[in-house]
Design a protein around this ligand. Structure first.
Ligand SMILES: [Zn+2]
Ligand SMILES: [Zn+2]
Length: 282
């Protein structure tokens, strides 16, 4: 009962550019049978995704990408009605808003007209760099300065030259510490979900870190077929009998993380664990 899976995707509810409808359609067209929409720190849009999925015979597993200190943890198959989990997500979104506020302040210092309200106007749910860049570009008062600096008016320049790590309006995650990984993992488990470490190739230098996360209750490791260096994490998962999930981390068709389509199949145990957790009544 192996099925093609893509358990890590984003929409406009966080920093993706597809609407839920567009995402589900694209995932189905790629040939995937089981997907999860895992926007950052929000469950918004999951019901929409489930309904859309039904049109294509695509199973949608409720999911979130939870921010914790140093890592992102996928919460797959969570019960969205769990109050404690929702409170935790709200706490994380507030931290994101605070970080954004600081970026806005830095952009103001650089001469741009922008307010947090402007930025929030362009987010469906979670404040992020994309909405900051978009809000800045949409304000015509900034066009003269943008033209002077970049010779054009394009949000890519804002992202690259101001908001990226090491650039003047970037605000480090460390300035507004996220929740402890143990708390995040335990909250996911309490909400009936599977905590899976997202993109370990990006965040985990040493597999020993995985040992610590496993001691907190981590249930699986994400492998990204779009990247080649995931072998040691896969080895760790097999050694400790953790689940191996596959995800594209798709945000935008113009970027280098295409949907997985037929390239990734979930193990029988994983599919069983996921389907056990799917309740379509909320
Ligand atoms: Zn992530
Ligand atoms: Zn992601």
């Amino acid at each position: 009962m192996e099925k093609t899976i893509d358990l890590h995707t984003h929409t406009v509810y966080s920093d993706g550019i597809f609407t839920t409808e567009e995402l589900v359609k694209a995932v189905a067209a790629a040939g995937t049978k089981i997907m999860s929409k895992t926007d950052h720190d929000t469950t918004e849009g999951i019901s929409e995704a489930i309904d859309e999925g039904k049109k294509y015979g695509l199973i949608v597993v409720p999911g979130v990408e939870l921010t914790v200190q140093k890592y992102h943890v996928l919460a797959l198959g969570i019960d969205r009605s769990n109050k404690d989990f929702q409170n935790l997500l709200a706490e994380n979104r507030n931290i994101r808003v605070e970080r954004n506020k600081e970026s806005v302040r830095k952009l103001n210092e650089l001469g741009y007209e922008l307010s947090l309200d402007n930025v929030l106007k362009y987010t469906k749910c979670t404040a992020n760099k994309l909405s900051t860049a978009h809000a800045l570009v949409m304000n015509t008062a900034n066009h003269r300065l943008l033209n002077e600096k970049f010779g054009r008016i394009n949000e890519i320049d804002i992202l690259k030259e101001y908001l990226r790590e090491g650039k003047p309006a970037h605000v480090s995650r460390h300035c507004f510490p996220a929740i402890h990984p143990r708390r995040g993992i335990e909250a996911i488990l309490s909400a009936g979900g599977l905590p899976i470490i997202a993109h370990p190739t990006k965040d985990i230098a040493d597999v020993e870190e995985l040992e610590v996360l496993r001691s907190y209750g981590l249930k699986g490791v994400e492998v990204q077929p779009n990247f080649l260096d995931g072998a040691k994490y896969e080895w760790f998962a097999r050694k400790y009998n953790l689940l191996i999930t596959y995800g594209s981390d798709f945000h935008d068709p113009r970027k280098k993380r295409p949907l997985l389509g037929l390239r990734a199949k979930g193990s029988e145990i994983l599919i069983e664990e996921l389907t056990k957790r799917i309740k379509y009544d909320n």
